[in-house]
Design a protein around this ligand. Structure first.
Ligand code: HSE
Length: 308
């Protein structure tokens, strides 16, 4: 049994339009790198890259480690080194990546033999510490990889599908103006008109089948949302969302908020030329609005994995 492990923890994007709290994808980049080593007593954390709390009970990974050490009565402690490659608060599952990475690593170095479902449950507890809300649509793809559906939380049922073709993904991350996930959830409607619910069911099912078949047209048609994104755009939670959506429509692609934002993403053909063209148009929209941004050209990827 190895005493230490280094893992790659992927960024994830939740919702994909109508799949609020259900759909998620794992991205090849960006990602965190986490090293967990059996050492000392209790939990010790070092953070580099982006700034997040290093106090174990306030760190999403630290909290997972504390819970797992206690629950399994594990002797000795762990030292965790977190190299954050995912900007916190960007809408790309930064806290979920760390939580999933630590759950995966502790399972390995203490040979606990936990299932992926159990790892999702532990990682989700860490998510609650940081996001304050019990949603699993980031931790599920962070553990399982590819496209995931959290079909039910109790009992936990997660399905993961690897589309049978490559998909190109452009993620745009507008800077500034981030509101907490909790706040982004407070603006959501408590009641939904049946007509909108029907449109969302149509979109979600079309997107899920599109992922299973690797059918980009279905993914494009399905990546729309008539309930959550409009409410968040209206409340000013999603920055420049309407003009971005409009620019995407003109380009013939679908754009969705990544989780509670501010990042947005487009799924399209894996063609560098096409993605550059979309990037130019969406970047132009953000520049016009005076919003600085960063971006990633990426693709779907696996969940947390050991780095050799
Ligand atoms: N489904 C969650 C939300 C994801 O949209 O609030 C947050 O990352």
């Amino acid at each position: 049994m190895a005493n230490s492990i280094r893992v790659r923890c992927p960024a994830t994007s939740a919702n994909l339009g109508a799949g609020f709290d259900v759909f998620g994808i794992a991205l090849r980049k960006p990602y965190d790198v986490i090293e967990v080593e059996r050492a000392g007593e209790g939990v010790e954390i070092e953070v580099s890259g982006f700034d997040v709390p290093s106090e174990p009970s306030r760190n999403t990974g630290g909290y997972v480690a504390l819970r797992m050490l206690e629950e399994f009565g594990l002797r000795g402690g762990v030292r965790i080194r977190i190299l954050k490659g995912i900007r916190p608060g960007s809408g790309l599952g930064s806290s979920a990546a760390t939580a999933a990475g630590v759950a995966f690593a502790i399972n390995r170095i203490f040979a606990l033999g936990l299932s992926r479902g159990a790892l999702v449950r532990y990682a989700a507890e860490g998510e609650i510490v940081s996001a304050g809300v019990p949603h699993m649509d980031n931790v599920a793809p962070a553990i399982y990889g590819w496209f995931t559906m959290v079909a039910s939380q109790r009992p936990l049922r997660v399905y993961s599908i690897r589309p049978p073709r490559e998909l190109g993904i452009l993620v745009m991350v507008p800077e500034g103006g981030k509101r907490s996930t909790e706040e982004a959830r407070r603006v959501l409607p408590r009641k939904v008109p049946l007509k909108k619910a029907v449109r969302n069911v149509a979109c979600a099912s079309t997107l899920a089948v599109g992922m299973a078949l690797g059918d980009l047209d279905m993914i494009k048609v399905g990546m729309e949302d008539f309930i959550v994104e409009p409410a968040r755009a209206e409340a000013g939670i999603l920055r420049a969302f309407r003009p971005l959506k409009e620019a995407a429509r003109k380009l013939g692609v679908s754009l969705a908020a990544s989780g509670a934002g501010p990042a947005v993403l487009v799924i399209t053909e894996p063609s560098a030329r096409k993605i550059r063209r979309i990037l130019g148009a969406l970047g132009g929209v953000l520049e016009e609005e005076g919003i600085r941004y960063s971006f990633y050209i990426t693709e779907l990827g696996p969940g947390v994995e050991e780095m050799k």
